[in-house]
Design a protein. Structure first.
Length: 177
């Protein structure tokens, strides 16, 4: 019978998030995680066989948290879906900073991960389908918000501009409707 793990997979993800917040994506290594968790590298690799698997788990965790905040939006109008999406995006930014978003760069380099990312976006755009004025405005607002997310990866939010830009997206979206 093997030894019982002394630290959980979830605990390791918490510690990994802390590393990314403090040091950025480059600071996240199996060795750094093991040291902060107070376990061996093998102990980390028991939960995450590779750095790629660790990054994938972090992205899945963040995506699940975001989707949970978004909730079930079936049957909601495109405009209401985007209003809620923008609200959730704004509120989730306290935990999702640009350094964490930087992990997306490494994540999408894996063909399987890019396929899953594309599927997530396709499902969002399917919900915003149609040729109505409302659906078009909703798609443009979603694209603008996601563009802001990508700009955060590049560090645009150093002075807090991101929130003001998101205000602009919401304001223009409401005027267009």
């Amino acid at each position: 019978m093997g030894r019982r793990p002394t630290i959980s997979r979830e605990s390791l993800l918490e510690i990994a998030e802390g590393i990314v917040r403090k040091e950025g994506a480059a600071g996240l290594t199996i060795d750094a995680l093991a040291k902060l968790a107070g376990i061996s590298k093998g102990g980390v690799q028991y939960s995450f066989a590779s750095k790629d698997e660790l990054v994938r788990a972090l992205i899945e965790r963040w995506t699940s948290q975001f989707d949970e905040l978004l909730g079930d939006m079936d049957g909601v109008s495109p405009a209401d879906l985007v209003r809620h999406y923008l609200k959730v995006m704004r509120s989730s930014q306290a935990t999702m900073n640009a350094k964490m978003a930087g992990l997306m760069i490494a994540y999408i380099q894996n063909p399987q991960n890019i396929t899953e990312t594309r599927q997530w976006y396709r499902s969002m755009f399917e919900r915003l389908g149609g040729g109505s004025h409302e659906a078009q405005a909703a798609r443009v607002a979603l694209l603008a918000a996601e563009g802001l997310f990508l700009l955060r990866i590049a560090g645009i939010d150093e002075g807090g501009e991101w929130s003001a830009f998101l205000d602009d997206v919401e304001s223009v979206f409401e005027r267009v409707l």
